[in-house]
Design a protein around this ligand. Structure first.
Ligand SMILES: CC(C)(COP(=O)(O)OP(=O)(O)OC[C@H]1O[C@@H](n2cnc3c(N)ncnc32)[C@H](O)[C@@H]1OP(=O)(O)O)[C@@H](O)C(=O)NCCC(=O)NCCS
Length: 165
């Protein structure tokens, strides 16, 4: 695939059809539906982001942020656009915005068998903080992973120390 520009912007309702396509490609057995996306948009519009790769929407990320804590609710990139830095651009944009707001804690849940996502998160310094058995409705355990956003340091390639509670 030719080198193309990655652009991150806020989600618009007109993006929804394409997002649902991406969602079904990425999570075939547990895809979120239209209503759930719209609920997240209603509650957390600012960090509901889409990534364009060239002219095409390639992925999305949703972060629910309070004053001190934030949770990455979902991130997905169309398989056809992976390994081009789209996911990284979504994480870096969100991290910069959380840092601007001085939100220090950013966490997420990930299926313990989702090795590629775990490797991806570790690249940015997310560390496992606990295991939640039976977390997923369709079955399966999760890891909670967390990142402390420290002044002057954005999640970048590297990694942190693992904490097992
Ligand atoms: C996890 C996910 C969002 C990552 O998205 P992505 O756009 O592929 O992420 P990136 O391109 O930034 O990084 C992925 C890999 O590509 C590599 N990469 C990044 N930019 C690259 C480039 N320009 N050229 C070649 N490789 C590149 C990275 O080094 C990384 O390698 P690694 O997996 O060995 O660490 C994506 O795999 C996905 O949608 N997975 C399915 C949904 C999912 O599981 N979501 C998480 C639920 S908790």
């Amino acid at each position: 695939m030719a080198e193309r520009r990655i652009e991150i912007r806020q989600f618009r309702k007109s993006d929804l059809t394409r997002l649902l396509q991406i969602e079904n490609l990425c999570f075939p057995s547990e895809a979120w539906d239209r209503q759930l996306f719209l609920e997240y948009f209603a509650r957390y519009p600012n960090l509901f982001l889409v990534a364009k790769f060239g002219r095409r929407i390639a992925g999305y990320a949703i972060t629910c942020a309070g004053r001190e804590r934030a949770e990455l609710a979902s991130i997905a990139v169309d398989p056809a656009f992976r390994a081009h830095g789209v996911g990284a651009a979504l994480i870096e944009y969100t991290a910069a915005e959380l840092q601007r707001r001085q939100v220090r804690h950013w966490c997420l849940m990930v299926r313990i068998t989702n090795e590629s996502a775990i490797r991806f998160y570790r690249r940015f310094g997310f560390v496992r903080t606990r295991t939640v058995r039976g977390y997923y409705e369709v079955g399966g355990d999760a890891w909670r992973m967390s990142w402390k956003l420290l002044r002057g340091s954005l999640p970048t390639k590297g990694g942190g120390k693992e904490i097992q509670r």
